[in-house]
Design a protein around this ligand. Structure first.
Ligand code: UT7
Length: 322
């Protein structure tokens, strides 16, 4: 695992100076205290590259051993080429096929599901990067969204592991009927960039917060239960529950319904805010780097986001081949 965030920290206090909000409102409604914001020169590939370098070093894998590079992002450097190709060139991962996945905050979960399937199909080492410079899509005059998001990247190297370790069960899913609950209206082929769209602020995130909240709690529970059932694993055997970090209230509400004890839930939304596709891999990278996850531990990751999309994966940590 690897991770990278920009240097600049934006605190709740800083936001108080930008919009009509308060540290108290943000903390009690979301659990967020600060988030990292990229400087104007930093694009998704810059953060994704740094996370990828760290993941390769931690996995002791050389860039030219990667045969597939998947980048999950909704904030690519540019419409094309894929940000994966830009990162591939910087890594000199010359043996890797490279493409992007657009599944918003669930992007990393989609990426590892595809990576797993490609390993089963014969690929050897798959690098999955989840990265978003989501601040580029945020209107810092809109208090309902600007307090929630932060920039960052996380990366994972997938490869074969010893028997008894690795992925046990997983799923990805989508419900396009909720597509407009969380979207950026302009910048694509429907409404290309133009003076009118800029003026109407159509290049920024629009979100129906309440509806997304309800969907999030429900899908975390449903998807987790399906994956546990598929694996034949009881919820109390999970050592680490690693949900998408959007709002601590969403995490707590879902954990309560699922009856997951607080000491088994990894939460870092207070420090990063919602980093979209980077959220789950940053959390997993922190767990690994802090030595909090041990060989044999069961780890359950759950992502959800725009689309609407979701994805869950249960794995037994460890058994890495060096
Ligand atoms: O990756 C997936 C991405 N998105 C999410 O997961 C977001 C899911 N939704 C949420 O986390 C929550 O719905 C929010 C944190 C976005 C909002 O919390 P809420 O408890 O659902 O609040 P609300 O939208 O119902 O707003 C309550 C009040 C409103 O005022 P009135 O109408 O009651 O007077 C808002 O205008 O809070 C107001 N409000 C704020 N006040 C201070 C909204 N944003 C702010 C703010 N500061 N930043």
């Amino acid at each position: 695992m690897g991770k990278a965030v920009p240097e600049r920290v934006l605190t709740n206090k800083d936001l108080e100076a930008l919009v009509d909000t308060s540290d108290e409102w943000i903390t009690t409604r979301t659990g967020i205290k600060q988030r990292y914001i990229a400087d104007p020169d930093t694009a998704a590939s810059d953060l994704g590259y740094l996370a990828a370098v760290q993941a390769l070093a931690n996995a002791q894998v050389r860039a030219d051993d990667i045969d597939l590079l998947i980048v999950a992002t909704t904030t690519p450097d540019m419409p094309f080429p894929a940000t994966a190709c830009i990162i591939q060139e910087r890594l000199n991962a010359k043996n890797a096929a490279a493409f992007d996945v657009a599944a918003a905050c669930s992007g990393f979960m989609y990426g590892i599901e595809i990576g797993r399937a490609m390993l089963a199909a014969g690929y050897q080492k798959v690098l999955v990067v989840g990265v978003d410079v989501i601040s580029r899509l945020i209107d810092y005059e809109d208090r309902s969204t600007c307090v929630l998001f932060g920039d960052g990247a996380g990366a994972a190297v997938l490869g074969s592991v010893e028997p008894g370790f690795g992925f046990i069960a997983s799923e990805i899913g989508a419900d396009g009927s909720g597509a407009m609950l969380l979207h950026v209206p302009a910048g694509g082929s429907r409404i290309p960039a133009q003076a009118k769209s800029l003026e109407a602020k159509q290049h920024y995130v629009k979100m129906c917060g309440r509806e997304v909240y309800k969907f999030a709690v429900q899908i975390i529970c449903d998807s987790t239960e399906r994956v546990l059932r598929k694996a034949g694993v009881a919820v109390d055997t999970i050592r680490w529950f690693v949900p998408h970090q959007a709002n601590v209230r969403i995490i707590e509400a879902a954990a309560q319904r699922l009856q997951i004890a607080a000491d088994r839930i990894y939460v870092n939304v207070d420090r990063y805010g919602n980093t979209s596709a980077a959220s789950v891999p940053i959390a997993l990278a922190e767990l690994a780097q802090a030595g909090l996850v041990e060989d044999g531990d069961l780890v359950l990751m759950v992502g959800f986001g725009a689309g609407l999309t979701w994805g869950s994966a249960l794995l037994r940590w460890g058994g890495f081949e060096r």
